[in-house]
Every structure is written in structure tokens, then in C-alpha cells.
Ligand binder design. Structure first.
Ligand SMILES: *[C@@H]1O[C@H](CO)[C@@H](O)[C@H](O)[C@H]1NC(C)=O
Ligand SMILES: *[C@@H]1O[C@H](CO)[C@@H](O)[C@H](O)[C@H]1NC(C)=O
Ligand SMILES: *[C@@H]1O[C@H](CO)[C@@H](O)[C@H](O)[C@H]1NC(C)=O
Ligand SMILES: *[C@@H]1O[C@H](CO)[C@@H](O)[C@H](O)[C@H]1NC(C)=O
Length: 955
């Protein structure tokens, strides 16, 4: 193990000078684990070098993956424990992927370098694991707008560097944890500025210990929960507070008098509780903009005299608060007042709105009071006054007065106006931008949790918001042409919502990096709107109109944002890196072009020697293959992958064939295609899938194979194909695959190394005979190369020989390693890397030769027939572990493997020479035999050297 670490270190230290700096293999295997769980990852996630090849949404530093930003990608799947392996990860932003479901894995706690964990608006549920408290470096924790349940983990209190804590809009229950003895609690978060816990189901009392004068909170949001008891007076000690929301809970008792000390509070919402006692005096809150104390049980009082003294007030909402007497006229002269809502009180006498009114006043709603007259200087006033259900509206003739009807709320259909141009007429899927260009905008909803204003009719707010947002996007050099905001509205939680549309510049669509960069600016609160808008969050829609990737890769600017967000901006370094990167990419592109068409000199009509010797395989015309597959109809599609699609074809004889059709323009497909034809046409063995023929016409590349009705071994192990894989059948599959491989290594001339042995490349015929398939990566060993050859690393993570990965020396023993992994998969039916755990390591840890079944019961596939005689299983395990030895020299040859499996079969009472140990009558899958089919190449990747990461990272 020590040697291995040293080798890895050496590879990465010397990586750059060797010219093959690459992603750390453990990081890469973790990413592979994520990829196997996720759909809709960016299309440039191919190969094995996320860092070197600039995968969209991946940021690196010295070969280690340090950021993953994939907002609004439409990712689906779960968040597997593999994530815990990315030990250098600092930023994880998977926000706005509603299809990302399941629980937050325990292993998240391993990411001790993490500073930003942003999972806003996903479909995650289940408890938030306690292990989150291990993330000592966390600054941003945003888990809002998911379906998390259970308690707030008290361990969050250990996150001493936390600045932003947002758990709002989930289904969290239980009480607010505070520390006691050695148990942590939220009261320990002395540096945190944001407590966002609204829209949950939190209950119990608010512990007075939660708040203290040492805290630096500015936003405390506990609205829309089920909290009981009183508001603790300790809240009044947090002098930094600006926004306080405890509305819509079950809080009782009097409002503590010392809240009046909070001179920076701008928004205070305590509505919809059971507060009692005297109406609070908040005269000291001289920054107060928005006050809502509605629906509480305060003692009856005359309209509080202190209110008109708060000159910053924009919004006064005191519905059903037992206020009585006459409204003072001076109230309406508050300079910035926009709305006064005092419904359901006992206000009486004359309503006098005076003459020196705030010019922003838009609404005075006094429904259901005792007001008996309304005094206004002239009949013309711009403010909407509502006196419905007051004596003044019960007088004869009053019904005709506008103030005696509730005006229809005109649904504001505001939208950012065009920038002095005439909106373009776009086809149905595109939208005209404010600059009157048709394109596919990125859309979503901005949610402001406590705006300082209520006058949604004043468009100045939204115009300012739009321009500040545009400036922010421009300052991060995002490819944004313009943005538009529309439909400002308040929802039932009293949040202000706006539709946001961000239009692309320089084209009609965004690329992946464009979207996840914009998403990050919003999910990470990198864009900060003016204080008028208060705390916000964004819920992005999935972007459906991505730009099709071009071969030239653009460097990401997410790093710039991250760098700027973290406060460090190393411009020179960035320029240098981008320069080197561009140069390397150009070189690579040139090389790729050369490789892209291996057939340039390969014309079947000319026998100039460049055509391979094709024994047995015949040439099909495209016309023929179209006929066999009903013009490649969807009904005949039996598989697909990065390479292309696979169709079932029916020959004129009635026999089936499998036809693999390379995707047009698939670069790797060309090389693989030629390789596979050349190899397969000269190897023939009953345990190798045989090539019937091929077609190369009109730019199409097609391979025709024998058809194997039972699909892949993986389908059988996963239960997908419905074949019950008992111990005898597994042995039969193992011996078949081993013989096929032994033939390639020891009997083919020249010998062939398969390089991609895995359960999806082992096919089963209708007697469950295993056949090795997919020779796209296979490598023949010339005389001079016998034994080993230096080559680019190819294969599939999890099955890949670590020695080969590190040394790039390919030998037959690399296939032996993969075969060992395959044997363990046969035993456990687990993917080699699943939930962050590597099967080889796991078995090595568990194995105990003194115990029954070597102590492996816990990870054996139950379908193997636990409880039945598993004779020979221990020997099988031993053989697998010898195949998976770290050093190739310690592994057996495939010939030795075949002999040992034969011995095991004899030991288990089976006949290893029998062609068909089971009859097809016993297969349960008959009806769905064709439903799934292999010949696909889902996990294919290619190592193509590395380039040091080009991203600027946070400090
Ligand atoms: C806060 O209010 C209390 C009583 O309401 C008062 O005694 C105390 O001096 C105030 N503290 C500050 C810092 O103003
Ligand atoms: C208004 O109500 C108060 C208290 O309920 C009462 O004392 C006062 O007389 C009333 N004034 C008018 C004009 O009805
Ligand atoms: C709209 O709001 C701005 C402040 O954001 C204010 O200056 C302006 O007077 C308001 N306009 C109206 C018509 O209320
Ligand atoms: C436009 O969108 C519709 C569905 O909304 C889709 O069926 C159609 O293919 C799209 N057209 C183009 C040109 O993208």
C-alpha cells in the first residue's frame, strides 16, 4: 500500500513534466461512481481526465477535484456515497436538479475541505446526517427547498466557520437544538449571519440559549413552523439583526420589551401567532421598513403613538390586533409609507388621510372596523382606500363610493420593457429578449423572503434589480445578453416572487458551463441584490436547450466567479493557465482530427493492403442492413451507448443478428470500429462473440454480430433479465468467460489483450454460455511487445488494473485483474464501485478464513442461493483475490485461472466440460428476452494525458 501511495505521489508530482498529468485516480473513481448514478451529466464528461480535459462543472487544483458545480442540468439519480471520496472537494453545487432524489449520504461528512455545500431546490429527502457537523470548513450550507425530514442535526453547531445556514422549505421537525454539556447546538454558531429555517415543521419552544450578544446574525427566519412558547428576550441581545421573521407559528406570551434595542431591524414579521400582553413598543427600531404584527391577541390599545415616528416605515400591517380609537392623520405623512393594512380592528371615528401624504402611498385597507366617516380633501386621490364593512359604507348612498368596494387586485403583469427596440417575433420555443433577439433563455423564480417594500406597483424596484443583476453577470464575464423580470407577486407565505429569464449572448443557447455558472452565481448568493430586497433564494428551471458541444473546449469561468467570490483574483495566473491550456487544446484537437478518420486509406473497393484480412466476416451493404432492421426502426433498437445504437436484425434465413451502428461523427467510434473488425475477424472461439460482418458506406460504420438472446451478465446479476443466477450458473459463466479470455491471451496469434473485461461485456447465449464481447479497446501484442507494451490507459474504472493505470505498462495480467473483479461481481452482484466502496478493498477487509464462507455472507448476492450448498465458494474467493493482487506478477495467468475454476466445478459436483449444464426450459425470462440487449459501451473512457487544471480556485 505504501509503495502504491508513493507511486501515485510520484505520478502526480512529476505529472506535468512527463506530460501526462491527470486526475487523481481516487477522485476519478469517485466521479465515475457519481456518473453511474446520474443521468444528464454534461456531454463532455468522457474520458478519464476530468481535470485535464476541462469537464464542464468540474474544477481542479493539482490533479485533485476541488469543485463540482452542476446547477440546473436536469441531473437525475441520487447522491451516492462515492461523493465522500472526493477528499479535496471545496465546492459542491448541485442546486436546481429536481430529479436528484434520495438521501444526503453519511459520507458527505468526509468532505472536510468543503466550504460551500449548495443543494437548493433538489428532490432530496430523509434526515440530514449528523456527519454534516464534520465539515469544519463549511461557510455556505444551503439545503433549502428539498424534502428533508427529521431533526436539525445538533452537530451543525460545530460548523464554526459557517456564514450562511439555509434549511428552509423542508419538512424538518423537532425542536431547535442548543448546546448542553459536550453536545453541540446552534447557539454555538457565533459567526453565522443567516439562520434560514422557515417553512418547516419545527416545534417546541425557542430556547433562550439560542441567542446571545456574541452572535452576528443579520437574518433570523423561523416563519411558518410550529414553534410554541414565547419569543426569548435574548433575541434582543443580537444587535446585528436586520430581518426577523417568526410569523405563522404558535408563539404566545408578550413580545419582550428589549426587542426595541434592535436598531438595525428593517423587517419584522410576528404575524399569525398567539402573542399576548401589551402591544409592543418598537419606537427604538428606527430603521424599520416593514412591520407585520397581524393576527395576535395583544391587549386592546389605541393606535400606538410611536408608529408615526418611525419615518422609515414603508409597510404597516396590523390586521386583527385589537387596535381601537381614531387613526392619527400624521400616520399618512410618514415619508416612505406605501401601504397600511389595519383590517379587523376597532378603529372608529373619522378617517382623515390628510393632504401631506407620502407620495408612495398606494393602499389603505381598513376593512371591518368602526369608521363612520372618511375625510379627504378632494374627490381625487391616488391611493386605494378600502372601508368595506365599516359604518361609513352602510350609510345610504355610500355604496356608490369607490372606497366601499374591494377593488379587483390587478394581477401585475409587469415585465422588463424592451431596450428601445421592437420585440422580435420568435418561433414557439424561443423568446424575444429585452434586446429584441430571439433565443432560449434560462429561467427560474427569484424568491425574496422579506423585502423592505410592499408597493409592487412601483416598477423602479424591478428595473433596478434587473440592471444590478445584469451588471453582476457581466462582471463575472458570463455569456449573458440581457435579463428580464416579470410577474412580481406575493405568495401565501408573504414572499415576493418574480420570474427571471436570462438571455444568452453570442448565440441562441447557453452551453453547460454558461448555465452552471449562472446557477452558481445565484445559488451561492454571489449576486447580492440591494438591501431593499432582503434575503433571497433562486429556484432555477432545468435548462432544456443546451448548445450542442463543439469539439473545441472553452475554459470555464466558474473558477473566476469562485475566485472572485472568495475574494482572491489571480488574474495573471489565470491568463497564463488559459494560454497554456489553449495551446494544449489546439495540439490535442489537431491530433484528434488525424485520428478521427482511420478509414481514409481504407477503401473496400481497392485492395491496396490497407484493408484488414477478414476471415469469415462478410461485407454487408447499407441497403441490406436497412432491410434487416426495418430501416433501423425504434422497435428493433436493443441497446445504446456512447458509441451509438444496437439493433436487432432479421436475416432472410430468419436468424437474428445484432447490428451495432456507430453514431455519425463519433470520433472514437472510428478507431474502435476498425480495431474490432480486424481483431474479431481473425479470432474464433465459442466463448467469444463472433462477428458476422460489417458495413462501411456513406459515412456509416456498422458491425454485425451473432445475436445473443440473454443479454449481458450484468443484466442477469441485477435481476433485470429475469434469469436466476444460482451458484452453478455463476460457475458456468465464470468458466466460459475465463476460457474466452485464455484463448485471447494464449492461443490467438498474435495474443490479444482485451482491456475492457466487465460484466456488460460478457454476453450469455440461450444456454447461458458466456461470450466475451466488445473488442473496441483490445490490443494485439506484436512480437516485440510480448509481455508488455506502453500505451495510453484504457478500460473501465472499477475493473481497471491499478498497476497499469499508474505505469501505463499493459500486460495480459491487466485482463486478469479485471477478471478478478468480475469474479467478485459474480459473487456479490455489486458494481465494482458502489456507493463509494470498492469491492476489492471491501472483500479484502471482510475476509476471514477461519469463518464460514470466509465471513462474506453479508455481501454475497442472496440470489446465489444462500443456505444451499455453496461448495467451492471459498476457493473461488481465493482465486478472485489472487487475480486482483496489486502486482501483476502475483496474479495467475488466465490458463491457470481456467484450470482452477474447472477444479472448483469438479469439487462442487459439476461437470466443467458440459456444454449446457442447464436447459433453456428453466429460464424465467423468455417473455422479455429481447427487452434489453448489450453491445453497448456505456462506461468506455479513454486516457488522453493530462493538463494541469485551468481553474482559479477559492482560497
Ligand atoms: C436593551 O433593553 C433593556 C431593557 O429594555 C435595557 O435595560 C438595556 O440597556 C438595553 N440595551 C442596550 C444595549 O441598549
Ligand atoms: C372610539 O372607541 C373608543 C374606545 O373603544 C371610545 O372610547 C371612543 O368614544 C370612540 N369614539 C368614537 C368617536 O366613537
Ligand atoms: C418608487 O420607488 C423609489 C425608491 O425605490 C422611489 O424613489 C420612487 O419615488 C417611487 N415611485 C413611486 C411612484 O412611488
Ligand atoms: C419546440 O418545443 C416543442 C415542445 O414544446 C417540441 O416538440 C419541438 O420539437 C420544439 N421545436 C424545436 C425547433 O426545438
Amino acid at each position: 500500500m505504501g509503495v502504491r501511495v508513493l507511486v501515485i505521489l510520484l505520478v502526480f508530482l512529476l505529472g506535468e513534466s512527463i506530460g501526462d498529468a491527470a486526475t487523481n485516480p481516487y477522485d476519478f473513481s469517485a466521479i465515475k461512481g457519481l456518473m453511474s448514478d446520474w443521468q444528464n451529466t454534461p456531454p463532455n464528461w468522457v474520458g478519464i481526465d476530468p481535470c485535464g480535459n476541462g469537464w464542464d462543472g468540474i474544477g481542479c487544483k493539482n490533479s485533485r477535484i476541488t469543485s463540482i458545480t452542476l446547477s440546473s442540468m436536469g441531473l437525475t439519480g441520487s447522491l451516492p456515497g462515492d461523493i465522500g471520496q472526493l477528499s479535496e472537494l471545496q465546492i459542491l453545487d448541485l442546486s436546481y436538479n429536481k430529479g436528484l432524489t434520495g438521501s444526503l449520504p453519511l459520507q458527505i461528512g468526509n468532505l472536510v475541505k468543503l466550504t460551500n455545500l449548495l443543494l437548493v431546490g433538489c428532490g432530496l429527502y430523509g434526515p440530514i446526517p449528523d456527519s454534516i457537523g464534520s465539515l469544519q470548513n463549511l461557510v455556505f450550507l444551503s439545503l433549502n427547498s428539498n424534502g428533508f425530514s427529521g431533526l436539525i442535526p445538533p452537530t451543525v453547531g460545530n460548523l464554526s466557520r459557517l456564514y450562511w445556514l439555509d434549511l428552509a422549505d423542508n419538512q424538518l421537525t423537532g425542536s431547535i437544538p442548543v448546546s448542553s454539556g459536550s453536545n453541540p447546538g446552534l447557539d454555538m454558531l457565533l459567526h453565522t449571519k443567516h439562520f434560514h429555517f422557515g417553512q418547516n415543521r419545527l416545534s417546541g419552544t425557542i430556547p433562550s440559549q439560542l441567542f446571545s450578544s456574541e452572535m452576528h446574525l443579520i437574518h433570523v427566519l423561523f416563519d411558518n413552523n410550529q414553534l410554541t412558547g414565547s419569543i426569548p428576550s435574548t433575541l434582543g441581545l443580537v444587535q446585528s439583526l436586520e430581518v426577523v421573521r417568526f410569523d405563522t407559528n404558535f408563539l404566545s406570551s408578550a413580545v419582550p420589551g428589549n426587542l426595541n434595542n434592535l436598531t438595525s431591524v428593517q423587517e419584522l414579521l410576528l404575524s399569525n401567532n398567539r402573542l399576548t400582553g401589551p402591544f409592543p413598543n418598537l419606537a427604538g427600531m428606527n430603521a424599520l421598513n416593514y412591520l407585520d404584527l397581524s393576527n395576535n391577541s395583544f391587549d386592546a390599545t389605541d393606535f400606538p403613538a410611536w408608529i408615526p415616528t418611525v419615518q422609515s416605515l414603508t409597510t404597516l400591517t396590523l390586521e386583527h390586533t385589537q387596535v381601537q380609537g381614531v387613526l392619527p392623520v400624521i400616520l399618512f405623512s410618514i415619508f416612505s409609507l406605501q401601504s397600511v393594512v389595519l383590517k379587523n380592528n376597532n378603529l372608529n371615528g373619522t378617517l382623515d388621510i390628510g393632504t401631506s401624504r407620502s407620495n408612495q402611498l398606494q393602499l389603505i385597507d381598513l376593512q371591518t372596523n368602526l369608521i363612520d366617516s372618511f375625510k379627504h380633501s378632494t374627490g381625487v386621490y391616488s391611493v386605494v382606500v378600502i372601508l368595506v364593512d365599516n359604518p361609513v359604507c352602510q350609510e345610504t348612498g355610500a355604496a356608490g363610493q369607490s372606497y366601499c368596494t374591494v377593488p379587483q387586485t390587478n394581477t401585475s403583469s409587469y415585465s422588463t420593457p424592451p431596450n428601445s427596440c421592437i420585440p422580435a417575433v420568435c418561433n414557439s420555443n424561443q423568446t424575444s429578449s429585452p434586446n429584441c433577439k430571439c433565443s432560449h433563455p434560462y429561467t427560474g423564480t427569484l424568491v425574496f423572503r422579506a423585502p423592505s417594500f410592499s408597493g409592487l406597483g412601483n416598477l423602479t424596484y424591478f428595473e433596478k434589480l434587473a440592471s444590478s443583476m445584469m451588471i453582476s453577470f457581466q462582471s463575472y464575464q458570463l455569456p449573458v445578453d440581457s435579463i428580464s423580470l416579470s410577474d412580481p407577486r406575493k405568495d401565501s407565505y408573504n414572499y415576493l416572487k418574480l420570474n427571471l429569464a436570462v438571455f444568452p449572448s453570442g448565440g441562441v443557447r447557453f452551453n453547460w458551463t454558461g448555465i452552471n455558472s449562472i446557477g452558481f452565481v445565484l445559488s451561492n448568493q454571489t449576486y447580492k441584490p440591494s438591501q431593499l430586497f432582503g434575503p433571497f433564494y433562486f429556484l432555477g428551471d432545468q435548462y432544456m436547450n443546451f448548445d450542442v458541444p463543439t469539439t473545441s473546449k472553452k475554459s470555464s469561468n466558474i473558477g473566476v466567479i469562485i475566485g472572485a467570490a472568495a475574494g482572491g483574483f489571480v488574474l495573471l495566473l489565470l491568463l497564463a493557465l488559459v494560454g497554456v491550456y489553449a495551446f494544449r487544446q489546439k495540439k490535442r484537437a489537431e491530433k484528434a482530427t488525424e485520428q478521427s478518420n482511420p478509414f481514409v486509406n481504407w477503401d473496400p473497393n481497392k485492395s491496396d493492403g490497407s484493408i484488414p484480412q477478414l476471415k469469415g466476416a462478410r461485407w454487408f451493404s447499407l441497403q441490406e442492413l436497412k432491410k434487416y432492421t426495418n430501416n433501423f426502426s425504434d422497435a428493433n433498437e436493443i441497446g445504446s451507448g456512447g458509441y451509438g445504437k444496437v439493433y436487432r436484425g432479421t436475416l432472410p434465413t430468419g436468424n437474428f443478428v445484432a447490428i451495432k451502428r456507430a453514431q455519425q461523427g463519433s470520433m472514437q467510434g472510428g478507431v474502435e470500429f476498425k480495431n474490432e473488425i480486424e481483431l474479431l475477424s481473425r479470432v474464433h472461439h465459442k466463448n467469444l462473440v463472433s462477428l458476422v460482418g460489417f458495413c462501411l458506406e456513406q459515412g456509416e460504420k456498422l458491425l454485425v454480430y451473432e445475436f445473443l438472446p440473454n443479454g449481458t451478465l450484468k443484466d442477469s446479476l441485477s435481476g433485470k433479465s429475469g434469469i436466476r443466477m444460482d451458484w452453478a450458473r455463476r460457475l458456468k459463466v465464470a468458466i466460459g468467460a475465463a476460457r474466452g479470455l485464455a484463448y485471447l491471451h494464449e492461443l490467438a496469434n498474435p495474443p490479444i489483450i482485451h482491456r475492457d473485461i466487465k460484466s456488460t461485456n460478457i454476453l450469455l447465449d440461450d444456454h447461458l454460455n458466456a461470450k466475451v464481447a466488445d473488442f473496441g479497446l483490445s490490443k494485439p501484442m506484436g512480437d516485440g511487445e510480448r509481455g508488455h507494451v506502453t500505451t495510453q490507459v484504457k478500460g473501465t474504472m472499477g475493473y481497471l488494473d491499478p498497476e497499469y493505470y499508474m505505469t501505463q505498462q499493459l500486460t495480459e495480467k491487466s485482463d486478469v485483474y479485471s477478471f478478478g473483479v468480475l469474479m467478485l461481481e459474480l459473487l456479490t452482484a455489486r458494481r465494482p464501485i458502489e456507493r463509494g466502496r470498492y469491492i476489492v478493498r471491501e472483500v479484502r477487509v471482510l475476509i476471514n478464513k477461519d469463518k464460514d464462507l470466509y465471513n462474506l455472507q453479508g455481501i454475497l448476492d442472496p440470489a446465489i442461493g444462500l443456505g444451499t450448498s455453496l461448495k467451492g465458494l471459498e476457493r473461488f474467493v481465493e482465486l478472485a483475490m489472487r487475480c486482483a493482487e496489486e502486482s501483476g506478477a502475483d496474479r495467475p495467468t488466465m490458463g491457470e485461472v481456467v484450470k482452477e475454476i474447472e477444479n472448483i466445478m469438479v469439487f462442487a459436483g459439476l461437470n466443467p466440460k458440459a456444454e449446457s449444464a442447464t436447459t433453456s426450459a428453466s429460464y424465467e425470462e423468455a417473455s422479455k428476452g429481447y427487452a434489453t440487449h448489450p453491445y453497448r459501451n456505456e462506461d468506455f473512457f479513454e486516457y488522453s494525458g493530462g493538463f494541469p487544471p485551468s481553474r482559479i480556485e477559492p482560497q
